[in-house]
Design a protein around this ligand. Sequence first.
Ligand code: BGP
Length: 469
Amino acid sequence: MSTFLKFPPNFLWGAAMSGPQSEGWLGKRHENIMDTWYRICRNDFYKGVGPDVASDFLHHFENDFRLMKEIGLNSFRTSIQWTRLIANLETGELDPNGIAFYQAMIRAAKANEIKLIFNLHHFDLPTDLLDRYAGWESRHVVDLFVKYAKTAFQLFKDEIHEWTTFNEPMVMIDGGYLYGYHYPHYKNEGKRAVQVLYHIVLANALVTQAYHQLDPEGKIGIIVNVTPAYPRSDRKEDQEAARFFDLFHWRSFLDASIHGHFPDELVEILRKDGVLWKAEAKDESLLSLNRSDFIGINYYHPTRVQATEGQIFEKWLPDQYYAHYDWPEKRVDPYKDWEIFPKALYDIAKEMTKRYPKTPWFVSETGMGVHDEGRFRNKDGVIEDLYRINFYKEHLFWLHKAIEEGASCFGFHTWAALDCWSWNNAYKNRYGFIEVDLNDQTRTIKKSGRWYRQVSLENGFEIEEDPFV
Ligand code: BGP
């Protein structure tokens, strides 16, 4: 027997991308930290391919929006680039070419009846601000970001009514300060990481307030990467390890932007360990007043944790509270080495309902990057990415179940609409519904794109009875 999984009315069926991973460099006034990383160390990137051209969205966006409509997207998130829109980072003076590009993009989205959500920051801090002020460690950078955000809100206020502030701020902290996998490649800098976390949360609150003042009808939220921790056992120590992992990695951001303050437990631990952030007296009230209207959750994989075995750390690191654990039953995406665990979406939804019952949220990214997709091309030249369709079906199955049980999830966005450039992997693993041929930038809709169109048109899809339980 089969069942039709119907989603709520007005559900967002969409996809995400980001400026730095799709547009290309042309016309930008400044480098961001990812651009700099590529310029100074091309070999860190698969086949030496960089963000300089990327998917050349800059020149193809009109056609790309037509294709997005063709695959049924009713909504699309991308990020505007601080480094393109703002000519002078200190004064906030605008770049007319940057304005013209984003306005043209808005027109193209509108012409194709696609709701456009603009994000302000997708890992792309201007390098000047890192070099001059130590980036997000500095409060001055918070002020400059607020200036940029206000300018963008003012410019696009008549057309854009949904904004997000940051994409996955924890990745900037993990990658840039704790484990060094992203530029500026600092490692084991726990105390600095905590200060960065604090300033991002503060910037989020200030920008949220500025937006609410400008457009009381519009909505603004933050996008958090949720990698829920599953403890190895019921042992108290393993449970506590999982609890701390969640507390530090994502409840920090969610509590601050929904409840208006950090979790007390986290503050106590950081204070006890002597790594609590530096704050100003007025901050408490700034944080408490400025709540996100909605949350975006990027979910790719869970985290399996266990208690540590008393390892000694020279400098403070969150890792002193948990250790990673390899779950023997895990199913893995071999190209990225990420565990595939669709049920986590259900668990996340339950957690959202329990902890933040009044805040609507959507899945703002999920996806599966696959290497050498040309292997799956059929005789008509179309990539038959059944693995991607199955990946989404499984995730949607669990999401649907949670919605039926009361979760206030209003949409599903995949990563990505088109194949995009990745940090490090460049174009090794492809994520798009639409293939991008890097030789000539031609676009071809994959089988998953046609499937998604049908899902969006019918606001759901048919499955065999509970095939994934
Ligand atoms: C998310 C980011 C995206 C995108 C995606 C896929 O964390 O928000 O920008 O890159 O991951 O990951 P990757 O590109 O590293 O394969």
